[in-house]
Write a protein of this length. Structure first.
Length: 129
């Protein structure tokens, strides 16, 4: 569930967490792709012109990467649970972010969301050895 919650907040977080442990579709030589995409997402999220996480591209990435992480950690049931968690976290995250006003506070909220997302996915993936 934690990998899906983190993925609902930051789409590439599950891929990064899996790549750290050498697992998932972006492991091995593709590991740098996961890390690069994760870094770009962290930067792009701070831009007010970045499309909503509810855009088709944003949600499809969140669902696919969260479900992949869930599958690696818990098989087919893990994939379904992670995808559901991603939808829930995306909803809560977006609702909270629109309540924050002022550029400085928005940046602080985004940073807190980054930290929460990566804490969740890295904790979930720590069981991979």
């Amino acid at each position: 569930m934690a990998i899906g919650l983190g993925g609902g907040l930051r789409a590439f977080a599950p891929a990064v967490a899996l790549a750290v442990h050498g697992r998932g579709p972006l492991a091995g030589r593709l590991r740098s792709v996961a890390f690069g995409a994760g870094a770009v997402e962290l930067i792009a999220d701070k831009n007010p012109r970045t499309p909503s996480r509810w855009s088709p591209q944003g949600m499809s990435l969140r669902l696919a990467l969260s479900a992949t992480g869930g599958r690696v950690l818990g098989g087919a049931p893990g994939a379904a649970i992670a995808a559901a968690g991603a939808v829930g976290a995306a909803f809560v995250g977006s609702r909270l972010r629109v309540k924050v006003h002022g550029r400085g506070r928005q940046l602080a909220a985004a940073g807190a969301e980054d930290a929460l997302s990566y804490s969740l996915v890295l904790a979930a993936a720590s069981s991979l050895h």
